[in-house]
Structures are given as C-alpha cells and as structure tokens.
Design a protein around this ligand. Structure first.
Ligand SMILES: CC(C)(COP(=O)(O)OP(=O)(O)OC[C@H]1O[C@@H](n2cnc3c(N)ncnc32)[C@H](O)[C@@H]1OP(=O)(O)O)[C@@H](O)C(=O)NCCC(=O)NCCS
Length: 151
C-alpha cells in the first residue's frame, strides 16, 4: 500500500472531487480543488487502485508548518489501510520538507478519524467550541511535532 501513494496534479481534480463528494456533506468542488492544486502551497497525495484514485489527503505548508486538509477514502475502499498509508506518506513529506509540525481540525464525534490520527501520533492540543455547523459541533485540534535540528 505504501508504494501506491502518489503526489497528484491538476489532472486528478475530477477524481479528487468525486472522493470529496462520496465522503463529505460539504465537499470541495472540482474548481476549488483545481485552485488549491495550482496555488503552489498545497500538495495532494492520493492512493491508487488501477485507474481509480481511492483516497486522498491534502496539506498546505507555510514555512515549516503543515496544515492538513481533508483525509478521505471512498466508502467502498475503507478499512484496508489506505488512510494509514496516506498518513505514513504525510510523515515522509514532513521529513522531506523539514516541517516542525502537522496539524488539523476534526469533528469531535468523528471517531474513525480521531482514532486514525491518534494511531499516527497526533495529540489533542485544543478544542474550538461549536466550530462546525450542520450539525453544530466542536472541532478537536490535533498536532504532531517533529524536532528539527538547529543549524
Ligand atoms: C477516516 C477515514 C479516512 C479512514 O480511512 P480508512 O482507509 O478506512 O482507514 P484505515 O483502514 O487505514 O484505518 C486506519 C486507522 O483508522 C482508524 N479507523 C478507521 N476506520 C475506523 C472505524 N470505522 N472505527 C474506528 N476506527 C477507525 C483506526 O485507528 C484504524 O487503525 P486499525 O485498523 O489499526 O484499527 C475514512 O473513514 C473516511 O474517509 N471517512 C470520511 C471522511 C472523514 O471523516 N475524514 C476525516 C476528516 S478530518
């Protein structure tokens, strides 16, 4: 699985939008994804099964800081280790880019996602009360830190 994770470009925007639509109530649209893919600060990683992109994660980097967007795996492909592979690929990206941390927000009721992030070493570092709407819900902030060597 690890080897099937790839960095994708704007050609993948259509499939990335499909993944969003299958996984989220308020999905990013294709044109929003295309804009992110071209902004120079955002990297999309995707898992592939033949011609099908089965899951994705995106991260925005600012200097040595990494902000994770949505992690999503198509329902038909869940519980096969695809999200594990995507987060392992994010760890490698963090190492290559010398990031100090990766951070994200997740709905407090999203047990699969919270469990996934905890498994990969992300710690709960804060709470944004009533951050989400429809339904209204708190966001849990989770971060993973790397100690970078100082020159
Ligand atoms: C969360 C999500 C990305 C997990 O994808 P996945 O490929 O099925 O996950 P994996 O098979 O790689 O599982 C990795 C870990 O995630 C956690 N996990 C995944 N599904 C879970 C579930 N249904 N219940 C509890 N934990 C779960 C577990 O810790 C699991 O490790 P384990 O297999 O050792 O128990 C997927 O359920 C999804 O796309 N959900 C909808 C989108 C979403 O909510 N994204 C997060 C937004 S921040």
């Amino acid at each position: 699985m690890k080897d099937s994770i790839e960095v994708v470009t704007s050609e993948a925007a259509g499939q990335l939008a499909e993944i969003e639509a299958e996984c989220f109530q308020h999905p990013l649209e294709k044109r929003q994804i295309a804009r992110l893919l071209e902004d120079g600060n955002t990297c999309f990683l995707a898992a592939r099964d033949g011609e099908v992109l089965t899951g994705s994660v995106w991260v925005q980097t600012v200097l040595d800081e990494g902000y994770i967007g949505n992690v999503a795996v198509r329902p038909a492909y869940r519980r096969r280790g695809i999200a594990d592979a995507l987060l392992e690929a994010l760890d490698r990206l963090a190492g290559e880019r010398g990031l100090s941390f990766l951070t994200l927000e997740v709905r407090s009721s999203n047990r699969p996602a919270v469990s996934l992030y905890e498994k990969h070493g992300y710690a709960r570092v804060g709470l944004r009360p009533a951050y989400y709407s429809d339904p209204r819900e708190d966001a849990v902030l989770m971060s993973k830190y790397w100690k970078q060597e100082k020159p």
